[in-house]
Design a protein around this ligand. Structure first.
Ligand code: NAD
Ligand code: ZN
Length: 367
């Protein structure tokens, strides 16, 4: 009764996102309703001890056969050697065309298991059971799956939409506080992109995502609805799906600068600093009032997120170094760059003609 349902409208491939405390207990009946007989569970070494036994009970109660494969927790598992182990385990478990791969865990498991589901037997259905806030509001929805290359993150993968997403909000109670806060950056992002009333509601309810209850369900459902709408409009990211990258150009450059050392900076923290920077950059370019950038910074700070590169432990490189990282990510044509900028909270847009010199000048002022 407490759960919310959000639909991702993709015609014949439409699917539901179910959000609420305890939705994982329904895993068996929901997957049985998809017509599967065998479920290949992919999870990680942190999540398995917490949730695997409960999932197995639920599958058994629904009469489903199952097998599970564990990967070590952490980003390093998004690699070919783990993909190979996962695919082999799925085939050994006789996961066939009508069956289901269940991704139980954070975004790492979701991306890896989703990709395995896309390639095993040329594609089987995937059910995402995201257990981190980031995975519930972002990575489990939209069908991007994949692994990292030694040459860069997320360079190998496939679009493969899930058949169902089960976001159990109660599972967030075991998530480390730092991970919860980092995932929250993506929640705030949806308000900053195009939903000022949502951002204002988050400002008034800064604990919404941090404690179980109706506010958390509402915040996650609102985020999923926003992502679902973008995905339905632009499944393959040819157009305005790019807005989802608000804060990510600066954020990815910061992550690259610390060499993806999670002890110093995790993705959502980079996104928080990156969004604050995108608003300060917008203000510096005269696109939005300085008070808007201050508003963004105030809220992120209120929930304990960093907003300045100087807060990263150990500090980071100079403006030219950071600019260099940004260029890795980007096509520069005639000295012009694409950024997600804003005219205010909830008024973000894709700016395709940002002068490289302006960006470099801004970074000099920031660092
Ligand atoms: P993660 O999967 O590494 O999870 C973070 C940590 O929390 C891990 O140690 C994990 O074991 C642990 N954990 C997860 N759920 C838990 C729970 N309920 N209780 C206790 N511990 C728990 O990281 P993440 O932040 O969830 O996801 C990051 C990944 O998502 C990155 O690889 C990123 O590239 C990817 N991503 C993908 C998309 C997409 O569209 N596919 C979008 C954004 C991010
Ligand atoms: Zn992100």
């Amino acid at each position: 009764a407490l759960a919310e349902r959000v639909e991702v409208a993709l015609g014949e491939r439409a699917y539901d996102i179910l959000i609420g405390p305890g939705v994982l207990a329904e895993t068996g009946e929901r997957i049985a309703a998809l017509g599967a007989r065998t479920v290949g569970i992919v999870t990680d070494s942190n999540v398995a001890p917490l949730y695997l036994a409960g999932i197995e009970r639920s599958l058994e109660a629904a009469g489903l056969a199952h097998a599970s494969v564990l990967v070590p927790a952490g980003e390093a598992s998004k690699r070919f050697s783990e993909l190979e182990r996962v695919v082999d385990a799925l085939i050994a478990a006789r996961v066939e065309r009508g069956d289901v791969v269940l991704a139980l865990g954070g975004g790492v498991v979701g991306d890896l298991a989703g990709f395995a589901g896309a390639v095993v037997r040329r594609g089987v259905r995937v059910v995402q059971a995201p257990t981190s806030l980031l995975a519930q509001v972002d990575s489990s929805v939209g069908g991007k799956t994949g692994i990292n290359s030694p040459r860069g993150k997320n360079l190998i993968g496939a679009f493969h939409q899930p058949s169902l997403v089960l976001a159990d909000t109660a599972s967030l109670d075991t998530l480390p506080e730092r991970e919860l806060r980092a995932g929250y950056a993506e929640v705030a992002k949806y308000g900053l992109i195009d939903d000022e009333p949502f951002f204002a509601w988050l400002e008034a309810n800064p604990r919404a995502c941090f404690v179980e209850g109706p506010d958390r369900i509402r915040a996650i459902a609102t985020s999923c609805r926003a992502k679902a709408a973008v995905v339905a409009r632009d499944e393959r990211e040819t157009g305005d799906r790019a807005l989802l990258n608000l804060g990510h150009t600066f954020g990815h450059a910061l992550e690259a600068d610390v060499a993806y050392d999670g002890a110093r900076l995790i993705h959502g923290e980079g996104v928080a600093i990156g969004m604050a920077m995108a608003f300060r950059f917008s203000a510096a370019l005269g696109l939005c009032a300085a008070a808007e950038a201050e508003r963004v910074e105030r809220h992120l700070k209120a929930v304990g997120l960093p907003t300045r590169a100087a807060e990263i432990p150990g500090g980071i490189g100079d403006a030219a170094t950071l600019f260099g990282h940004m260029m890795q990510d980007k096509k520069v044509s005639r000295g012009k760059l694409t950024f997600i900028l804003a005219r205010g909270v909830g008024r973000s847009f894709v700016a395709r003609d940002v002068m490289a010199d302006d960006a470099l000048g801004f970074l000099r002022g920031e660092l």
